[in-house]
Design a protein around this ligand. Structure first.
Ligand SMILES: [Zn+2]
Length: 225
């Protein structure tokens, strides 16, 4: 299904070239473009352009993980709430590292970078050899849902930095949001970013460059088998 309003690139412009687009931002296209630009800038810097597959607009948004403006699933689908776009950039008094639409995009890209690193940058349950493709996918999906890579990133960043300070209110919700907020901080606030956010991003870059390879453990109980 999903044919209604779907297009590949076309009239939505260069920013959306090659992406599956469903729905429309309507009068708020400029705001939506800032979100998409934020996602793309981070992914490009990591060499993960293909991690953004489609952009879906809807009034409520598919607000996974309780995110207010946008969300990104493990398949590279970015969902943008047109209701949130209509509200504009709201000042949350530091609850997020950035209250801009661009900052929303860089935050969502943080989740996408983790997904990409999970495919290629980590070892999961090395004691199990000769795993089937289905088992590998199950381990990876479980590691993703449990935030296993984010925990390993924060553990390494804490070691390098000497402590594990707060980045933002939303980043304190859980380890997944902390990593996404660190990415958003560095790519949105640039040299004004929290130095600890930079260390977190450095750890992620080292995983991408194969300089650091976390070993993740996923139990059968966690996998539900
Ligand atoms: Zn998030």
């Amino acid at each position: 299904m999903g044919g209604r309003g779907a297009s590949i690139g076309s009239s939505t412009g260069k920013l959306y070239k090659g992406l599956y687009v469903e729905g429309s931002a309507g009068a708020f296209k400029k705001s939506a473009d800032k979100i998409v630009q934020g996602v793309k800038d981070v992914l490009k810097d990591f060499g993960f352009n293909n991690e953004l597959r489609g952009v879906y607009f809807s009034p409520t948004g598919t607000l996974m993980r309780g995110e207010a403006n946008a969300s990104m699933n493990g398949m590279g689908d970015l969902h943008i709430s047109t209701r949130a776009l209509a509200k504009g950039e709201e000042n949350s008094n530091g609850y997020f590292v950035s209250d801009t639409f661009y900052g929303t995009g860089t935050h969502e890209a943080g989740h996408a970078v983790v997904n990409a690193l999970l495919k290629n940058g980590v070892t999961i349950n090395p004691e199990d050899t000769n795993k089937s493709k289905g088992r590998i996918n199950l381990e990876r999906a479980t590691a993703r849902s449990k935030g296993k890579l984010e925990k390993a990133i924060i553990k390494e960043a804490t070691k390098r930095y000497g402590s594990n300070p707060t980045i933002s209110g939303y980043g304190s919700k859980d380890v997944k949001e902390k990593v996404a907020e660190a990415i958003s901080d560095v790519y949105t606030n640039k040299n004004k970013a929290n130095p600890y956010s930079k260390v977190i991003v450095d750890v992620m870059k080292d995983i991408n460059k194969k300089k650091f390879r976390p070993i993740l453990k996923v139990s059968k109980r966690e996998m539900g088998i």
